[in-house]
Every structure is written in structure tokens, then in C-alpha cells.
Design a protein around this ligand. Structure first.
Ligand code: GLC
Length: 470
């Protein structure tokens, strides 16, 4: 099949979060199944600096309302996949991918990008059976392929899939600021004069694929849907959760060149060296006997800091060390830095993100903290399992689908339900107890964790069957 894959981030080209991991891994896995996948993304300033690229075709022109857009299409050969980058500096010259200060709204920018990608694919004569869109940035393409008069003939036989990686972001914008959405407004999801790009995509996509089965369920309920449950329930028959995979080439303690020592299920001894190296790197006392909790994430409320911050000092009364690596919102990073300054021998907060740090923590920590408020899929818990670093997670979204509580016979982590600081503190205490009192069981659980696999072939095969069914 010809698959047109629209996404705002691709790992190794530009990345701000887990979306980019999927932007790279899924197209590669689909290609390995024999499909012709072409990725479209914006030619951001960041990408422009790293990749000087040739034109894929002549300049393209689109019209919408009174606006005339003239843009270029660049071509990059990436892992044997063709990536086309839409070159429109008027919209994509910002340093930030999702700039909060730019004059043009992000919704307009990405709606334009979606239309431009569809137009460019037509000019390149790449006629897809499948249009695969990702998140609010490109969701409106599901509508445009069906209804925009400039391109709809070309996409008459194309079916669309919308993957939902994070429904908290929806692209809501005053229609007045949406120059590129043409006159067919009766098909758009508009509330109070504001378009909702994600909901527009949810109405028009032929299939809707949240990134885990549990998240698929959660977004059909008011509690877990960020307000999209009304639309999701209407489309219930076309909603299928597909769990993301994990890139085990990058995340394998047997081969990882970044960590202090390699280790495997059969010989886990290298993990102790990784722990010592982690303690040393972040100036914590180097000791085997203190359990070390690690966390790597964007410091946003999604990741569970509403549960961590209120109990963190109480937790530090225990014999425990904690490393948190991440950047993000200041109302989270500030208290973290303050608490770290008060407890330098126990708690290191690294307000910085470097991918090596993620490897150090995954390999060196005893337990990995991921108490998310919501988590569409989550990747770090998969990395943690692979490194035998038992994840401590809330039973939500993809965390619920990938981690099994220690009380089960095949337990490989710690799972709590209630979204509260107390519930988190209790489950961490359970982990500390296991560390101190039951080391043999801890080792067994680590080995079970290291044997669980979530591969991209499985996810790609699932998508293939969804595509074929359509
Ligand atoms: C978003 C979600 C995360 C998911 C990732 C890739 O970043 O927050 O849970 O793993 O997308 O789908």
C-alpha cells in the first residue's frame, strides 16, 4: 500500500516528545512490511539548520479564502524512507516548534501544513490508499482530503487513520484566525466561533487509533477525555487502540554504548555498576544499599507532579535516593530545585534534558517513577522494563496496558490507582520494602521485566490489518 504519513515530529530530524519516537519507528516498521510510506513534516528552522535539502518539486501554490500560499517541498532520504518537508518560512521559522509568541496561531500553521502536504503529495503523484495523521497538528487533513475543493478529487479513494497520542492538545482557535480553512465550514467542528482541529479530525477520519487500548477507553469517558468524549462516543465503532512499540535497538542494556556497563537477563551484575555511575554523575553518595528512584520526563502536570510534590519531603524521610531529570513548567521545576537544595545527599534534580541522562537513569535506578495523571501510551516504562528497573506507575492509559503489579504472579512493577499523593507514597513504600526485605524476589521481578517485549512489528501489523480492512 501507499501510505501518506503526516506528523509534526520525527526523531533524529526534530523532536520534543514521544510523538517523534513514533514518527520514526512506525514508518520504518510499516516499510519493513513492504509498504511505500512517505512522511510529510514541516521544514522547521531547527531542521533547516541541520539538513540542507534539495527541492522535491517546483514551488507549490494554494489558495484559501483571500490568502495565497506559495511554498517549497524539500526531500530527505531518511532510513530509506522519503521524508518531504514543507518549506514555508512565513510559518516555520520559529526556534520553537510550537511557538507561543508568534503572530500566526499554531492551529493556522498546522492546518496550512496539512493542506500543503496533501497538495504536495498530489504534485509528486504519490497517490495513497491510506492517509495516516497524528494528533491535532495534522488531524484536519482527514477533513481536507474529503472536502477541500483543491485536492479532494485526488484523494477520492483514500482512507484515513487518525492516531491520538495526546488528546489534551486539540488546536482550538478563533475561526477568524484560520485563513487556510476554506469556505466549507459546515464540515468543521466549531464551537462558539472556534474551530477544534482534533475534533474535526475525529469526525472525518475513517478510523481513530489512540496509542493504547486503555487510552481508547478513557477518551470515551468524561473523566479521561479532555472533553472529546462526546465526539469519540459517536465514533465508537471506528475506535481501535493500538499500543506503541519500543525501539529495542536504542534501548537494550546488552548493547547500550552509553551506559557504564552492559548487562542482560542472564547476567544482571552490570546494573550495579550503572547505579554507582548514576550516583556519581549526579553527586549522590555511592552506595549499593540505598534504593534509588529515577524519573525522566517533561516536568508537566500530566506526569504526576501533583502527586509527587506534596509528598516528596515525606518520602525523603526514608532511606532512599531520587534522581529526576527533566525540563518544563516553572511551577514544578522551582519547588523541585528547592527540595533538592535542602536534601543534596538524597535528591538530585537535573533541570536539563540530554538523551544520555535518560539512559543513565534507566540503567542505574532501582525503580522508575511514572505516576502520570494521564498517559496515552508512555515509552519510559517500556524502557524501564527492558532495563530491569521496575516501573512505579499509575493504572492509567498505556501504563495500565504494559506494567503488571508486583502482587500478580507475573508482576514486573508497581501499580496504584487513586490519583493522590498518599496512594503514590504507599506504593513507593511497597517498593522500598521489597528492596530491603526481599532482594531475591526483586531480582526475579527484574528478570521478568527484562523479558517483556513490545515491538514495533506487532504495532505495524495491527495497523496493516486496519488499513486492509478499510
Ligand atoms: C505523547 C503521549 C505519550 C505517548 C507518545 C507517543 O507524548 O503523552 O503517552 O507515548 O505521545 O504516542
Amino acid at each position: 500500500m501507499n501510505i501518506l504519513f503526516l506528523i509534526s515530529e520525527v526523531e533524529d530530524i526534530v523532536k520534543t516528545g514521544g510523538l517523534a519516537d513514533v514518527g520514526k519507528a512506525l514508518p520504518i516498521a510499516l516499510k519493513e512490511l513492504g509498504h511505500d510510506v512517505r512522511i510529510f513534516m514541516p521544514y522547521y528552522a531547527q531542521a533547516k539548520r541541520t539538513f540542507k535539502l534539495p527541492d522535491a518539486c517546483v514551488k507549490q501554490v494554494l489558495h484559501a479564502n483571500e490568502q495565497r500560499y506559495e511554498f517549497g517541498v524539500k526531500e530527505l532520504n531518511f532510513e530509506n524512507i522519503k521524508v518531504y518537508l514543507i518549506d514555508y518560512p512565513e510559518y516555520f521559522a520559529d526556534e520553537d516548534l510550537y511557538s507561543k509568541t508568534s503572530q500566526v496561531s499554531n492551529s493556522e500553521k498546522f492546518a496550512f501544513f496539512s493542506l500543503a502536504a496533501l497538495k504536495a503529495s498530489e504534485s509528486l503523484a504519490f497517490k495513497p490508499q491510506i492517509l495516516h495523521c497524528n494528533d491535532w497538528h495534522t488531524s484536519i487533513a482527514c477533513y481536507m482530503a474529503k472536502h477541500d475543493p483543491q485536492i479532494k478529487d485526488f484523494y477520492r479513494d483514500t482512507k484515513s487513520v487518525l492516531s491520538i497520542h495526546n488528546a489534551a492538545f486539540q488546536g482550538v482557535e478563533d475561526l477568524k484566525n484560520m485563513k487556510c480553512v476554506s469556505a466549507h465550514q459546515s464540515h468543521l467542528y466549531v464551537d462558539n466561533g472556534h474551530i477544534n482541529l482534533l475534533k474535526t479530525g475525529l469526525i472525518h477520519a475513517d478510523k481513530i487509533c489512540p496509542v493504547s487500548p486503555s487510552y481508547a477507553q478513557e477518551i470515551s469517558t468524561p473523566l479521561g477525555s479532555h472533553g472529546i468524549d462526546d465526539v469519540v462516543r459517536h465514533r465508537q465503532n471506528d475506535v481501535i487502540g493500538v499500543l506503541n512499540g519500543c525501539d529495542y535497538e536504542q534501548w537494550n542494556p546488552e548493547t547500550d554504548p552509553i551506559i557504564a556497563a552492559r548487562y542482560s537477563v542472564d547476567d544482571i551484575s552490570g546494573k550495579a555498576k550503572c547505579k554507582a555511575a548514576l550516583q556519581k554523575e549526579f553527586n549522590l553518595p555511592v552506595t549499593k544499599n540505598t534504593p534509588l528512584l529515577g524519573m525522566v520526563c517533561r516536568t508537566t502536570i500530566q506526569k504526576g507532579f501533583g502527586f509527587i510534590l506534596p509528598m516528596l519531603e515525606q518520602l525523603l524521610h526514608h532511606k532512599v535516593q531520587i534522581v529526576i531529570v527533566g525540563t518544563g513548567e516553572e511551577d514544578i521545576t522551582k519547588p523541585l530545585a528547592e527540595i533538592a537544595a535542602k536534601h543534596p545527599k538524597q535528591f538530585a534534580f537535573i533541570n536539563d534534558f540530554q538523551s544520555e541522562y535518560a539512559h543513565y537513569v534507566e540503567a542505574g535506578a532501582d525503580f522508575f517513577l511514572m505516576p502520570s495523571q494521564f498517559e496515552p501510551c508512555g515509552l519510559n516504562q517500556m524502557y524501564s522494563l527492558a532495563y530491569g528497573t521496575l516501573p512505579i506507575v499509575r493504572a492509567v492509559g498505556g501504563l495500565k496496558d504494559t506494567v503488571k503489579d508486583i502482587d500478580l504472579s507475573d508482576g514486573n512493577g508497581f501499580v496504584f490507582e487513586n490519583p493522590s499523593p498518599d496512594a503514590l507514597l504507599n506504593v513507593i513504600r511497597k517498593a522500598l520494602l521489597l528492596f530491603h526485605e526481599y532482594p531475591a524476589q526483586l531480582t526475579k521481578a527484574r528478570k521478568r521485566a527484562m523479558q517483556v517485549k513490545f515491538t514495533w512489528d506487532v504495532a505495524a501489523a495491527k495497523f496493516q490489518s486496519i488499513y486492509k480492512q478499510m
